[in-house]
Design a protein around this ligand. Structure first.
Ligand code: CP3
Length: 335
Protein backbone atom coordinates (compact mmCIF):
# COMPACT_ATOMS: atom_id res chain seq x y z
CA UNK A 1 0.00 0.00 0.00
CA UNK A 2 2.81 2.41 0.85
CA UNK A 3 4.51 1.63 -2.46
CA UNK A 4 1.26 2.23 -4.33
CA UNK A 5 0.78 5.54 -2.48
CA UNK A 6 4.27 6.73 -3.36
CA UNK A 7 4.18 5.67 -7.02
CA UNK A 8 6.50 2.68 -6.79
CA UNK A 9 5.77 -0.59 -8.58
CA UNK A 10 3.57 -3.21 -6.90
CA UNK A 11 3.05 -6.93 -7.48
CA UNK A 12 -0.74 -6.44 -7.18
CA UNK A 13 -3.27 -3.77 -6.25
CA UNK A 14 -3.52 -3.27 -2.46
CA UNK A 15 -6.99 -3.16 -0.86
CA UNK A 16 -8.68 -1.91 2.32
CA UNK A 17 -12.19 -0.60 3.09
CA UNK A 18 -13.35 2.62 4.67
CA UNK A 19 -15.32 1.70 7.86
CA UNK A 20 -13.83 -1.82 7.80
CA UNK A 21 -13.55 -1.70 11.61
CA UNK A 22 -17.17 -1.61 12.62
CA UNK A 23 -20.60 -3.09 12.57
CA UNK A 24 -20.18 -5.41 9.55
CA UNK A 25 -18.21 -7.75 11.83
CA UNK A 26 -20.05 -9.77 14.53
CA UNK A 27 -16.73 -9.77 16.41
CA UNK A 28 -16.87 -5.93 16.55
CA UNK A 29 -20.49 -5.97 17.72
CA UNK A 30 -19.53 -8.41 20.51
CA UNK A 31 -16.82 -6.07 21.86
CA UNK A 32 -19.15 -3.07 21.50
CA UNK A 33 -22.03 -4.85 23.33
CA UNK A 34 -19.88 -5.31 26.44
CA UNK A 35 -19.49 -1.52 26.82
CA UNK A 36 -21.63 1.48 27.70
CA UNK A 37 -21.33 2.84 24.17
CA UNK A 38 -19.28 3.85 21.16
CA UNK A 39 -17.36 6.57 23.00
CA UNK A 40 -16.13 4.15 25.65
CA UNK A 41 -14.74 1.92 22.88
CA UNK A 42 -13.01 4.87 21.19
CA UNK A 43 -11.53 6.01 24.52
CA UNK A 44 -10.26 2.60 25.70
CA UNK A 45 -6.95 2.09 23.83
CA UNK A 46 -6.65 -1.72 24.30
CA UNK A 47 -10.16 -2.28 22.93
CA UNK A 48 -9.78 0.28 20.13
CA UNK A 49 -6.60 -1.59 19.11
CA UNK A 50 -8.44 -4.92 19.21
CA UNK A 51 -11.21 -3.80 16.82
CA UNK A 52 -8.66 -2.06 14.58
CA UNK A 53 -6.89 -5.38 14.01
CA UNK A 54 -10.06 -7.48 13.57
CA UNK A 55 -10.46 -6.74 9.82
CA UNK A 56 -6.77 -7.57 9.20
CA UNK A 57 -7.22 -11.02 10.77
CA UNK A 58 -10.79 -11.74 9.66
CA UNK A 59 -11.00 -10.09 6.21
CA UNK A 60 -7.37 -10.04 5.02
CA UNK A 61 -7.15 -6.34 4.16
CA UNK A 62 -3.76 -4.79 3.29
CA UNK A 63 -4.01 -1.94 5.84
CA UNK A 64 -5.52 -1.26 9.26
CA UNK A 65 -7.25 2.05 10.05
CA UNK A 66 -7.18 3.15 13.67
CA UNK A 67 -10.57 2.76 15.33
CA UNK A 68 -11.69 6.24 16.34
CA UNK A 69 -13.91 8.99 14.94
CA UNK A 70 -13.47 12.35 13.24
CA UNK A 71 -15.53 13.93 16.06
CA UNK A 72 -12.74 13.56 18.63
CA UNK A 73 -11.38 16.90 17.34
CA UNK A 74 -14.42 19.07 18.24
CA UNK A 75 -14.47 17.15 21.54
CA UNK A 76 -10.81 18.12 22.19
CA UNK A 77 -11.50 21.75 21.18
CA UNK A 78 -14.27 22.12 23.75
CA UNK A 79 -17.44 20.75 22.12
CA UNK A 80 -18.13 17.25 23.46
CA UNK A 81 -20.21 14.82 21.36
CA UNK A 82 -22.27 11.81 22.34
CA UNK A 83 -23.29 8.94 20.10
CA UNK A 84 -27.03 8.28 20.34
CA UNK A 85 -28.26 4.82 19.39
CA UNK A 86 -30.21 4.91 16.15
CA UNK A 87 -29.58 8.67 15.76
CA UNK A 88 -25.83 9.21 15.41
CA UNK A 89 -23.66 11.95 16.88
CA UNK A 90 -25.20 14.74 18.98
CA UNK A 91 -23.51 17.89 20.31
CA UNK A 92 -25.32 19.47 23.26
CA UNK A 93 -23.56 22.78 22.55
CA UNK A 94 -22.95 24.15 19.07
CA UNK A 95 -21.29 27.07 17.32
CA UNK A 96 -23.83 29.67 16.24
CA UNK A 97 -21.95 32.98 16.35
CA UNK A 98 -18.46 34.46 16.28
CA UNK A 99 -18.27 34.69 20.09
CA UNK A 100 -18.66 30.89 20.24
CA UNK A 101 -15.63 30.48 17.98
CA UNK A 102 -13.47 32.46 20.43
CA UNK A 103 -14.34 29.92 23.16
CA UNK A 104 -12.84 27.03 21.16
CA UNK A 105 -9.28 26.07 22.02
CA UNK A 106 -6.58 24.53 19.83
CA UNK A 107 -6.53 20.84 20.72
CA UNK A 108 -3.52 19.61 22.65
CA UNK A 109 -3.10 16.01 21.45
CA UNK A 110 -0.68 15.05 24.25
CA UNK A 111 -3.42 15.80 26.75
CA UNK A 112 -6.88 15.72 25.11
CA UNK A 113 -6.28 12.93 22.56
CA UNK A 114 -3.84 10.67 24.34
CA UNK A 115 -6.35 7.82 24.13
CA UNK A 116 -5.93 7.86 20.31
CA UNK A 117 -2.13 7.95 20.29
CA UNK A 118 -2.08 5.21 22.96
CA UNK A 119 -4.39 3.09 20.78
CA UNK A 120 -2.06 3.66 17.79
CA UNK A 121 1.01 2.62 19.79
CA UNK A 122 -0.69 -0.59 21.01
CA UNK A 123 -2.01 -1.40 17.51
CA UNK A 124 1.44 -0.90 15.93
CA UNK A 125 2.99 -3.26 18.44
CA UNK A 126 0.31 -5.92 17.91
CA UNK A 127 0.37 -5.60 14.11
CA UNK A 128 4.11 -6.19 14.26
CA UNK A 129 4.67 -4.90 10.72
CA UNK A 130 2.04 -7.15 9.06
CA UNK A 131 0.28 -4.20 7.35
CA UNK A 132 0.57 -0.40 7.56
CA UNK A 133 -1.61 1.53 10.00
CA UNK A 134 -3.69 4.42 8.68
CA UNK A 135 -4.26 7.41 10.97
CA UNK A 136 -6.99 9.90 10.09
CA UNK A 137 -8.88 13.10 10.82
CA UNK A 138 -11.88 14.92 9.43
CA UNK A 139 -11.19 17.82 7.07
CA UNK A 140 -11.94 21.25 8.61
CA UNK A 141 -15.10 21.93 6.56
CA UNK A 142 -16.72 18.61 7.59
CA UNK A 143 -15.74 19.20 11.24
CA UNK A 144 -17.18 22.75 11.15
CA UNK A 145 -20.40 21.29 9.73
CA UNK A 146 -20.91 19.08 12.79
CA UNK A 147 -19.86 21.86 15.22
CA UNK A 148 -22.45 24.27 13.78
CA UNK A 149 -25.21 21.77 13.04
CA UNK A 150 -24.82 19.77 16.27
CA UNK A 151 -25.94 16.54 14.59
CA UNK A 152 -26.17 14.83 11.22
CA UNK A 153 -28.35 16.50 8.60
CA UNK A 154 -29.59 15.85 5.08
CA UNK A 155 -28.73 19.36 3.87
CA UNK A 156 -26.34 20.80 6.49
CA UNK A 157 -28.08 24.08 5.75
CA UNK A 158 -27.23 25.54 9.20
CA UNK A 159 -23.54 24.99 8.48
CA UNK A 160 -23.95 26.40 4.97
CA UNK A 161 -25.87 29.39 6.37
CA UNK A 162 -22.94 30.10 8.71
CA UNK A 163 -20.61 30.52 5.69
CA UNK A 164 -22.91 33.25 4.32
CA UNK A 165 -23.80 35.00 7.58
CA UNK A 166 -20.47 34.70 9.45
CA UNK A 167 -17.72 34.26 6.85
CA UNK A 168 -15.08 35.78 9.10
CA UNK A 169 -16.10 33.57 12.03
CA UNK A 170 -16.10 30.56 9.68
CA UNK A 171 -12.51 31.27 8.61
CA UNK A 172 -11.45 31.73 12.23
CA UNK A 173 -13.02 28.43 13.20
CA UNK A 174 -11.63 26.58 10.17
CA UNK A 175 -8.17 27.87 11.01
CA UNK A 176 -8.46 26.67 14.61
CA UNK A 177 -9.66 23.26 13.41
CA UNK A 178 -6.79 23.06 10.90
CA UNK A 179 -4.21 23.92 13.59
CA UNK A 180 -5.74 21.36 15.98
CA UNK A 181 -5.73 18.77 13.19
CA UNK A 182 -2.08 19.39 12.25
CA UNK A 183 -0.98 18.89 15.87
CA UNK A 184 -3.22 15.80 16.14
CA UNK A 185 -1.93 14.20 12.93
CA UNK A 186 1.69 14.84 13.90
CA UNK A 187 0.99 13.09 17.22
CA UNK A 188 -0.57 10.16 15.36
CA UNK A 189 2.51 9.87 13.13
CA UNK A 190 4.81 10.05 16.14
CA UNK A 191 2.80 7.25 17.78
CA UNK A 192 3.20 5.07 14.66
CA UNK A 193 0.67 5.94 11.92
CA UNK A 194 2.23 5.00 8.55
CA UNK A 195 -0.28 6.81 6.31
CA UNK A 196 -2.79 9.62 6.98
CA UNK A 197 -6.24 10.08 5.46
CA UNK A 198 -8.36 13.23 5.61
CA UNK A 199 -12.12 12.64 5.36
CA UNK A 200 -14.10 15.53 3.86
CA UNK A 201 -17.46 13.77 3.91
CA UNK A 202 -19.49 16.92 3.19
CA UNK A 203 -17.28 18.43 0.46
CA UNK A 204 -19.93 17.77 -2.17
CA UNK A 205 -22.63 20.03 -0.70
CA UNK A 206 -20.82 23.33 -1.39
CA UNK A 207 -20.72 25.27 -4.66
CA UNK A 208 -17.27 25.17 -6.19
CA UNK A 209 -16.17 28.70 -5.27
CA UNK A 210 -17.11 28.12 -1.62
CA UNK A 211 -15.44 24.71 -1.53
CA UNK A 212 -12.20 26.28 -2.76
CA UNK A 213 -12.47 29.09 -0.18
CA UNK A 214 -13.74 27.23 2.92
CA UNK A 215 -12.76 23.63 2.13
CA UNK A 216 -9.64 23.12 0.06
CA UNK A 217 -7.77 26.11 1.49
CA UNK A 218 -7.58 24.35 4.87
CA UNK A 219 -6.88 20.90 3.42
CA UNK A 220 -3.97 22.58 1.65
CA UNK A 221 -2.72 24.03 4.91
CA UNK A 222 -2.81 20.60 6.57
CA UNK A 223 -1.15 18.79 3.65
CA UNK A 224 1.62 21.39 3.48
CA UNK A 225 2.31 20.82 7.18
CA UNK A 226 2.46 17.00 6.98
CA UNK A 227 5.44 15.68 5.04
CA UNK A 228 6.45 12.76 7.29
CA UNK A 229 4.19 10.08 5.73
CA UNK A 230 1.99 9.69 2.63
CA UNK A 231 -1.33 11.51 2.89
CA UNK A 232 -4.69 10.77 1.25
CA UNK A 233 -7.44 13.33 0.65
CA UNK A 234 -10.96 11.91 0.36
CA UNK A 235 -13.36 14.75 -0.51
CA UNK A 236 -16.67 13.01 -1.07
CA UNK A 237 -18.77 14.47 -3.86
CA UNK A 238 -16.11 17.01 -4.87
CA UNK A 239 -15.74 15.81 -8.49
CA UNK A 240 -16.09 19.48 -9.50
CA UNK A 241 -12.83 20.33 -7.74
CA UNK A 242 -10.76 17.28 -8.75
CA UNK A 243 -8.36 19.36 -10.81
CA UNK A 244 -7.66 21.61 -7.80
CA UNK A 245 -7.40 18.60 -5.46
CA UNK A 246 -4.80 17.23 -7.90
CA UNK A 247 -2.65 20.29 -7.16
CA UNK A 248 -2.60 19.70 -3.39
CA UNK A 249 0.53 18.47 -1.66
CA UNK A 250 -0.85 14.94 -1.10
CA UNK A 251 0.07 11.49 -2.46
CA UNK A 252 -3.34 9.89 -2.89
CA UNK A 253 -6.80 11.10 -3.84
CA UNK A 254 -9.79 9.10 -2.61
CA UNK A 255 -12.69 8.85 -5.07
CA UNK A 256 -16.38 8.17 -4.59
CA UNK A 257 -18.38 6.22 -7.16
CA UNK A 258 -19.56 9.32 -9.04
CA UNK A 259 -16.23 9.63 -10.83
CA UNK A 260 -14.88 7.22 -13.43
CA UNK A 261 -11.20 6.27 -13.16
CA UNK A 262 -10.58 7.81 -16.61
CA UNK A 263 -12.21 11.12 -15.65
CA UNK A 264 -10.24 11.30 -12.39
CA UNK A 265 -6.93 10.42 -14.06
CA UNK A 266 -7.57 12.99 -16.74
CA UNK A 267 -8.26 15.73 -14.18
CA UNK A 268 -5.48 15.01 -11.68
CA UNK A 269 -2.73 13.91 -14.09
CA UNK A 270 -0.21 11.11 -13.58
CA UNK A 271 1.54 12.21 -10.38
CA UNK A 272 -1.04 11.06 -7.81
CA UNK A 273 -2.29 7.67 -6.63
CA UNK A 274 -6.05 7.14 -6.88
CA UNK A 275 -8.01 5.27 -4.19
CA UNK A 276 -11.47 3.79 -4.52
CA UNK A 277 -14.10 3.61 -5.81
CA UNK A 278 -16.50 0.67 -6.04
CA UNK A 279 -20.13 1.55 -5.28
CA UNK A 280 -20.67 0.17 -1.73
CA UNK A 281 -24.13 -0.98 -2.84
CA UNK A 282 -22.59 -3.39 -5.38
CA UNK A 283 -21.83 -5.55 -2.32
CA UNK A 284 -25.59 -6.20 -2.12
CA UNK A 285 -25.64 -7.58 -5.72
CA UNK A 286 -25.02 -11.20 -6.75
CA UNK A 287 -21.53 -12.70 -6.40
CA UNK A 288 -21.12 -12.73 -10.17
CA UNK A 289 -22.01 -9.06 -10.51
CA UNK A 290 -19.72 -8.14 -7.62
CA UNK A 291 -16.73 -10.00 -9.14
CA UNK A 292 -17.43 -8.50 -12.57
CA UNK A 293 -17.66 -4.93 -11.19
CA UNK A 294 -14.53 -5.36 -9.06
CA UNK A 295 -12.45 -6.61 -12.02
CA UNK A 296 -13.79 -3.80 -14.19
CA UNK A 297 -12.68 -1.31 -11.52
CA UNK A 298 -9.17 -2.83 -11.36
CA UNK A 299 -8.78 -2.77 -15.13
CA UNK A 300 -10.06 0.78 -15.45
CA UNK A 301 -7.59 2.12 -12.86
CA UNK A 302 -4.68 -0.03 -14.06
CA UNK A 303 -2.01 -1.78 -12.00
CA UNK A 304 0.10 1.16 -10.83
CA UNK A 305 -0.88 4.09 -8.62
CA UNK A 306 -4.16 2.52 -7.47
CA UNK A 307 -5.33 1.49 -3.99
CA UNK A 308 -8.60 -0.45 -4.18
CA UNK A 309 -11.40 0.59 -1.83
CA UNK A 310 -15.10 1.39 -1.89
CA UNK A 311 -16.37 4.84 -2.89
CA UNK A 312 -17.49 5.44 0.75
CA UNK A 313 -17.62 3.47 4.00
CA UNK A 314 -18.99 -0.07 3.88
CA UNK A 315 -22.64 -0.13 5.01
CA UNK A 316 -23.22 -1.91 8.35
CA UNK A 317 -25.71 -4.46 6.92
CA UNK A 318 -23.26 -5.73 4.27
CA UNK A 319 -22.58 -9.48 4.41
CA UNK A 320 -18.93 -9.98 5.51
CA UNK A 321 -18.69 -12.88 3.02
CA UNK A 322 -19.31 -10.38 0.20
CA UNK A 323 -16.60 -8.13 1.64
CA UNK A 324 -14.21 -11.10 1.59
CA UNK A 325 -15.17 -11.85 -2.01
CA UNK A 326 -14.39 -8.22 -2.96
CA UNK A 327 -11.00 -8.41 -1.20
CA UNK A 328 -10.05 -11.84 -2.58
CA UNK A 329 -11.03 -10.88 -6.13
CA UNK A 330 -8.53 -8.01 -5.90
CA UNK A 331 -5.79 -10.10 -4.26
CA UNK A 332 -6.15 -12.90 -6.85
CA UNK A 333 -6.33 -10.67 -9.93
CA UNK A 334 -3.33 -10.90 -12.28
CA UNK A 335 -2.67 -7.97 -14.61
O1 CP3 B 1 -13.07 1.47 10.13
C1 CP3 B 1 -12.88 2.68 10.05
O2 CP3 B 1 -13.09 3.33 9.00
C2 CP3 B 1 -12.30 3.41 11.25
C3 CP3 B 1 -13.22 4.02 12.13
C4 CP3 B 1 -14.08 5.23 11.71
C5 CP3 B 1 -15.33 5.47 12.33
N1 CP3 B 1 -15.78 6.68 11.90
C6 CP3 B 1 -15.97 4.59 13.32
C7 CP3 B 1 -17.41 4.71 13.58
C8 CP3 B 1 -13.82 6.28 10.82
C9 CP3 B 1 -12.69 6.48 9.84
C10 CP3 B 1 -14.92 7.20 10.96
C11 CP3 B 1 -15.00 8.48 10.22
C12 CP3 B 1 -16.22 9.30 10.32
N2 CP3 B 1 -17.03 9.49 11.40
C13 CP3 B 1 -16.70 10.11 9.26
C14 CP3 B 1 -16.04 10.28 7.92
C15 CP3 B 1 -16.26 9.14 7.00
C16 CP3 B 1 -17.61 9.06 6.40
O3 CP3 B 1 -18.30 8.06 6.66
O4 CP3 B 1 -18.00 9.97 5.64
C17 CP3 B 1 -17.88 10.74 9.71
C18 CP3 B 1 -18.74 11.69 8.92
C19 CP3 B 1 -18.06 10.36 11.08
C20 CP3 B 1 -19.11 10.82 12.02
C21 CP3 B 1 -19.97 9.71 12.49
N3 CP3 B 1 -19.54 8.69 13.33
C22 CP3 B 1 -21.33 9.48 12.21
C23 CP3 B 1 -22.18 10.37 11.31
C24 CP3 B 1 -21.71 8.33 12.89
C25 CP3 B 1 -23.10 7.74 12.98
C26 CP3 B 1 -23.48 6.99 11.78
C27 CP3 B 1 -23.15 5.54 11.92
O5 CP3 B 1 -22.45 5.02 11.03
O6 CP3 B 1 -23.63 4.94 12.88
C28 CP3 B 1 -20.58 7.81 13.54
C29 CP3 B 1 -20.50 6.58 14.35
C30 CP3 B 1 -19.43 5.58 14.05
N4 CP3 B 1 -18.12 5.88 13.75
C31 CP3 B 1 -19.58 4.17 14.08
C32 CP3 B 1 -18.32 3.63 13.79
C33 CP3 B 1 -17.93 2.18 13.75
C34 CP3 B 1 -20.85 3.42 14.42
C35 CP3 B 1 -21.19 3.55 15.87
C36 CP3 B 1 -21.40 2.26 16.64
O7 CP3 B 1 -20.63 1.28 16.58
O8 CP3 B 1 -22.38 2.28 17.41
Amino acid sequence: MIRAATGQSVERTPVWLMRQAGRILPEYRAVRASLSGFKELVETPELAAEVTIQPVDLLGVDAAIIFSDILVIPDAMGLPYRMEKGVGPIFDNTISEVSDVAKMKIADPGDDLKYVTDAIAITKKELNGRVPLIGFAGAPWTILSYMVEGKGSKTFSEARKFLYTEPKGAHELLDKIADSTIAYLKAQIEAGADVIQLFDSWAGILPKHQYLEFGLRYINKICDAISEVPITVFAKGAWFALKEIGEINCNTIGLDWHTTPAMARNLVGGEKTLQGNLDPCLLYASEDELVKGTIEMLENFGKERHIANLGHGVYPDTNPEKVKLFINTIKDYKF
